[in-house]
Design a protein around this ligand. Structure first.
Ligand SMILES: Cc1cc2nc3c(=O)[nH]c(=O)nc-3n(C[C@H](O)[C@H](O)[C@H](O)COP(=O)(O)OP(=O)(O)OC[C@H]3O[C@@H](n4cnc5c(N)ncnc54)[C@H](O)[C@@H]3O)c2cc1C
Length: 395
């Protein structure tokens, strides 16, 4: 169907934001044969989804069962997609993940054991491993005597650029309209608060359903769309910057096999990239970095990360690699309680949210549940715990 024809008839759904979440939502909608447009102010994947560690897991989600299961559903849906299209086509790398701690860190080991037991009770595949097994799995890593850890066998990482290229191709093949360089400006609503359309840089799109998947920008986007200042002032979302260092291909070649996560060097996380380099981040560095830090401050933090990796992988060149590295700062959309904000907005009929941290893991899960909700007109029960209504500040 040509754009002009669709323009007159309108769309079943318009999705705002073409990061991993918005693209996955649009994909789930076209899979249900809906007429879909996706509107992206910049380019596909150039938001947070272009600067992410992209560990697909429910391993790190043990404090809330519904949230754990939502993440596990995301991981399962990637495996389902891979069964249909192949791992390579969707950019999925099934390496598993190793998290370990030194025996001296008694508190950390105890909390890791408790997490492992919880994951086992919930049926998530993990194994507890001792130092010899750790060393056999990762021969280049220096594990302390007595180190122990968790092997999350089903965890994977995603080459997000490949995944988004795949989704964009599927969207276009299935007749969705993909509008890049096109900002969503204002919702068109009737007197009863029902969505009738969306004003964009390319004119009005007629639709009764708009899904806002604008990541860390969502509070401001909602205010612009609705004219309601309270969203910008009180929407329960924080911007949390994180630094990721990508080393050039050669020096790090095959120094790691799995995703590595260790409390040993301050919550360092490391994995290979599709090009064969390493991708490195750390929880404590993230706490100190902001997206407007000076170039020097970012370089110092990156040097520190590279040296920390050398402290656990002696064959790694460390800070000497700094000049050849890509330094990326991504901004996490971090809901106030850490869990997704997804599903219909209570006060606006036809307006839906899909905003989350862990959006790489969660994208396919949120997408399928939001698509179910829009298609059936009934809130999917698995989305119920994640609505905006749980926050008193704004609902
Ligand atoms: C350092 C770091 C590490 C991370 N590690 C992991 C991890 O290991 N595993 C995991 O699952 N997640 C991880 N995350 C989180 C994950 O990357 C994010 O949750 C996810 O990328 C969010 O995707 P999104 O599509 O919601 O947002 P984005 O990718 O930011 O996309 C939103 C899009 O909306 C567009 N937009 C904004 N306003 C408008 C408008 N008015 N009109 C049209 N378009 C608009 C933007 O241009 C942007 O492209 C990490 C994040 C960071 C920063």
């Amino acid at each position: 169907m040509g754009a002009d024809m669709t323009e007159q008839q309108g769309y079943d759904v318009v999705v705002i934001g073409a990061g991993v979440v918005g693209c996955a939502v649009a994909h789930a909608l076209v899979a249900r044969r809906m007429r879909v447009a996706i509107v992206e102010a910049g380019r596909i994947g150039h938001g947070t989804s272009g600067n992410t560690f992209a560990w697909i897991n429910a391993t790190s989600k043990t404090s809330d069962e519904a949230y754990h299961r939502l993440n596990a559903l995301g991981a399962e849906l990637y495996r389902e997609l891979a069964r249909e299209w192949g791992d390579r086509r969707i950019g999925m790398h099934r390496t598993g993940m190793l998290e370990w701690s030194s025996p001296d860190d008694v508190a950390r080991l105890a909390s890791m054991r408790a997490a492992a037991e919880q994951l086992e009770r919930w049926g998530y595949p993990v194994a507890w491993v001792g130092r010899d097994a750790l060393a056999a799995m990762e021969p280049h890593v220096r594990f302390e005597d007595g180190a122990e850890g968790l092997h999350a066998v089903a965890d994977a990482w995603l080459d997000v650029a490949t995944f988004l290229a795949f989704l964009a191709e599927r969207l276009r093949a299935d007749g969705a309209r993909v509008l890049e360089g096109c900002r969503a400006r204002e919702l068109v609503m009737d007197d009863e608060g029902r969505v009738l359309g969306l004003e964009t840089d390319e004119g009005r799109l007629h639709t009764q359903h708009v899904v806002v998947a604008t990541g860390a920008d969502t509070a401001d986007v909602l205010t612009a769309l609705t004219g309601y200042d309270a969203f910008a002032a009180r929407f329960p979302l924080r911007r949390a910057a994180g630094l990721l260092v990508t080393t050039p291909e050669e020096p790090s070649h095959r120094l790691t096999r799995r995703i590595l996560y260790t409390s040993h060097a301050s919550h360092l996380h490391i994995r290979e990239t599709a090009a064969g380099g390493l991708l490195i981040g750390a929880d404590d560095t993230d706490g100190r970095i902001s997206d407007d830090d000076s170039e020097d401050a970012v370089k110092r933090a990156a040097f520190d990360l590279l040296e920390r990796v050398r402290s656990i992988i002696p064959n790694f060149a460390g800070g000497a690699l700094l000049d050849g590295c890509r330094l990326g700062i991504g901004v996490r959309p971090m809901p106030a309680d850490g869990m997704s904000i997804a599903g219909p907005v209570p006060s606006a009929d036809g307006l839906h949210l899909a905003v989350t941290h862990s959006g790489v893991t969660l994208a396919p899960a949120l997408a399928t549940l939001i698509a179910d909700t829009i298609e059936s007109g009934e809130l999917s029960p698995r989305l119920a715990p994640f609505g905006l209504g749980r926050f008193q500040t704004i609902a």
